[in-house]
Design a protein around this ligand. Structure first.
Ligand SMILES: O=C(O)CCC(=O)C(=O)O
Length: 161
């Protein structure tokens, strides 16, 4: 799937033709679960320079608003990197509970619902989150992180598990 031409064509439009897959994650939200992801940016956890990393979030099931699709703060990738902290909680889908310290806790942002087979793209500095799945179906997303080949790892990578 990471080589799918429809995905790569869209990624190429943003980061150019010399593309590497850096990382991939399955984000599984069970049916009727309060599982959530705090507001965060990806860049503080990927230790890449420059910040040109792009994630294709490919829906493998319906990711509607009710199913807890991604929410984003449009344009926030241009605001720099915010201070993050760790607040591990059992329902946080990111085990260390990484997130932006309280700043956007009461903000709803813009929902990005995607149907099965559709995807969204997000920049590594875009502030994003997701809320509960109130539907009777699993919400399953495959997040593929792409970088241009000139982007390099910097510093130690902290495991999220
Ligand atoms: O799947 C989610 O709800 C969150 C995904 C996410 O944070 C990411 O792809 O960086």
């Amino acid at each position: 799937m990471v080589h799918h031409p429809r995905i790569l064509d869209a990624v190429e439009d943003v980061i150019g033709p010399d593309i590497l897959v850096y990382h991939s994650t399955l984000f599984l939200k069970e049916a009727n679960t309060p599982a959530y992801v705090r507001w965060h940016q990806d860049s503080p956890y990927f230790y890449l320079s420059p910040h040109l990393h792009l994630t294709a979030w490919v829906a493998l099931s319906d990711a509607s608003i009710a199913a807890g699709c991604m929410q984003v703060l449009p344009g926030s990738h241009q605001l720099g990197v915010f201070q993050h902290d760790d607040k591990p909680e059992s329902m946080n889908m990111i085990r260390r509970g990484q997130g932006i310290s309280d700043r956007f806790d009461n903000v709803q942002g813009t929902f990005i619902p995607v149907g099965p087979g559709q995807m969204s793209l997000h920049h590594t500095d875009l502030v994003h989150a997701s809320g509960a799945n109130t539907t009777h179906d699993r919400r399953l997303g495959f997040a593929i992180s792409y970088i241009p080949a000139h982007v390099k790892p910097v510093g130690a990578v902290k495991p999220s598990a």
